[in-house]
Write a protein that binds this ligand. Structure first.
Ligand code: WQD
Length: 383
């Protein structure tokens, strides 16, 4: 009698406990077609996030759920340092050769400014770990990867909006680690067994509408939206937001970014994973012999820092004050996606608007003022 898991496609999500990873895990579980295995070192994530995701999946199961469906709601979670091949090997050994269908590789350090201060840390963790992971995947006959890349690979792009054909030329070690990893994948995928899709994230924002999972960065948030949420909930006591420059060539002088809802981003990972199936057509018109493609995941709508502040003022009712200070190292004027390729080939649509992103972010933050360290009362159905 096969175990329920054997009829599910086992997929490893690295960084599964993190902000993006936990929403990706949720999206995979929603299909009840995947058995999710999370690998995370909890450098910037909280183990409780996966308990919440599994709880959401259990609550969504039908009363007459099969054993297989029930099993799809349970997450195998492993704490593991991805820069150590032996630790990765120990996870793969649990499922045997051919036991893992594919890997969604989200785990990475991602602070642009920090990467300029600690480049070696970023190269070791973001590139070294990717190499170790690919080596072990190959040993265990696992040749499919969805890779988490970033719009920062474009550096300061020559045109806005940015199509995937834009030359990649990162300005920061962080962006260079994403380019290097994409290059490694493209070379690997010239081997017929391999296939990989790289997802170039623009700016993820918001949280699952239930408010049960969300962004919970360790320490003071570096990114704009979580910082604004922490200010409004009183977790950051700054009396003013420091705006890093208003002398950029943009409508109001502050930087423009393409914000997309984290749930839309997570759905993009599911679509990419499905596109790695053997019968997928996504590689049919590949420009190179390698079964490797990169897709922008964005809305194609740029919003400035001041527009984001205004949107969060409306969502939270908090009276933000700000002061303009000098530019932040590594910032570029505008990163707005041309999302046409992902829409055409993956069926990807970043539907949620900015108001929804801010509403869902604020819902998460008010329900979890201290992030995952806040006890959330069980849903009414569980009382
Ligand atoms: C947005 C804008 C800041 C804070 C992030 C990640 C990066 C990538 C994309 C994954 C910028 C301004 C911010 C503040 C400010 N993620 N700002 N005051 O820089 O686009 O990159 O998302 O690949 O890894 O770091 O996002 O939110 O940090 O900044 O004025 O206190 O807000 O200058 O223009 P960014 P961000």
């Amino acid at each position: 009698m096969s175990s329920p898991s054997e009829n599910l496609k086992r997929v490893i999500v690295t960084g599964g406990a993190g902000y993006i990873g936990s929403h990706v895990v949720f999206s995979l579980q929603e299909t009840r077609r995947y058995k999710v295995i999370s690998i995370d070192n909890h450098h910037n994530s909280h183990p409780k996030s996966l308990d919440r995701v599994a709880q959401l999946a259990r609550e969504a199961l039908p009363k007459d759920a099969t054993e297989q469906e029930k099993d799809s709601a349970e997450i195998d979670s492993h704490t593991c340092d991805l820069t150590k091949p032996d630790e990765i090997r120990r996870v793969f050994e649990k499922y045997g050769k051919g036991g893992i269908w594919g890997v969604v590789h989200v785990a990475a350090y991602k602070a642009v400014g920090e990467s300029t201060e600690f480049p070696l840390l970023y190269y070791a963790n973001n590139v070294g770990a990717t190499i170790s992971l690919l080596q072990v995947m190959s040993e265990f006959d696992c040749h499919r990867m969805v890779y988490s890349s970033s719009a920062t690979v474009y550096g300061t792009p020559p045109t806005i909006p940015i199509p995937e054909t834009t030359r990649v030329k990162a300005d920061s070690p962080y962006g260079k680690t994403k380019i290097m990893s994409e290059t490694i994948l493209e070379d690997l995928c010239t081997e017929p067994r391999w296939r990989a899709l790289s997802l170039r994230y623009f700016n993820p924002a918001g949280a699952h509408p239930s408010g049960r999972i969300g962004e919970d960065p360790r320490g003071r948030p570096g990114n704009l939206l979580p910082l604004l949420a922490h200010m409004a909930v009183g977790r950051v006591k700054d009396d003013k937001l420091r705006v890093f420059g208003n002398d950029y060539p943009t409508p109001d002088g502050t930087c423009v970014r393409d914000y997309l809802h984290v749930m839309d981003l997570a759905k993009g990972h599911l679509l990419a994973l499905n596109a790695l199936s053997d019968d997928s057509k996504v590689f049919d018109n590949c420009p190179t012999p390698a079964r490797f493609k990169a897709y922008n995941l964005g809305k194609g709508k740029g919003m400035s820092v001041l527009q984001i502040v205004e949107a969060m003022r409306k969502a939270t009712g908090f009276d933000y004050k700000y002061e303009i200070i000098g530019r932040r190292r590594g910032d570029v004027p505008d990163l707005t996606a041309d999302p046409a390729l992902a829409e055409a080939e993956l069926g990807f649509h970043a539907e949620a608007d900015l108001e929804t992103m801010c509403k869902d972010l604020w819902n998460w933050q008010t329900k979890n003022p201290n992030g995952y360290d806040t006890e959330v009362p069980p849903a009414p159905s569980q009382r």
